[in-house]
Design a protein. Structure first.
Length: 110
């Protein structure tokens, strides 16, 4: 990981390619937790149709100067942003328990 400065002049740690590779099993478990939570909530499809929903981390690629947000966990197969947001909590908590600093990204309106 490498320290970067965010747009609000706050410093944060950015994941690098080796970090992402090392955490792949953790991300796979988070994906399964999110999917199971969504199913337990009735596998609904409520909300606006949004693409690109997922869980993201601050990422700094090889030979890059600027960080970006990288989606590391994709949402369940649902278009509705309300259903995705309603079910993401346990996956985020799991990632936090594994020491991963991640946030939910609501995607873009389709």
């Amino acid at each position: 990981m490498k320290e970067v400065i965010k747009w609000d002049d706050e410093k944060t740690m950015a994941y690098q390619p080796a970090d992402i590779e090392k955490l792949r099993p953790v991300f796979a478990t988070a994906t399964e937790i999110w999917y199971q939570t969504w199913k337990e909530q009735g596998a609904t499809d409520e909300g606006s149709c949004c693409g690109g929903k997922g869980i993201q981390v601050v990422y700094l690629g090889k030979r890059k100067r600027n960080w970006e947000c990288k989606t590391v966990v994709l949402s369940p197969p649902v278009q509705g942003n309300v259903s995705a947001h309603r079910s993401v909590g346990p996956a985020l908590e799991y990632l936090k328990s594994e020491g991963v600093d991640a946030t939910y990204y609501d995607g873009w309106m389709d």
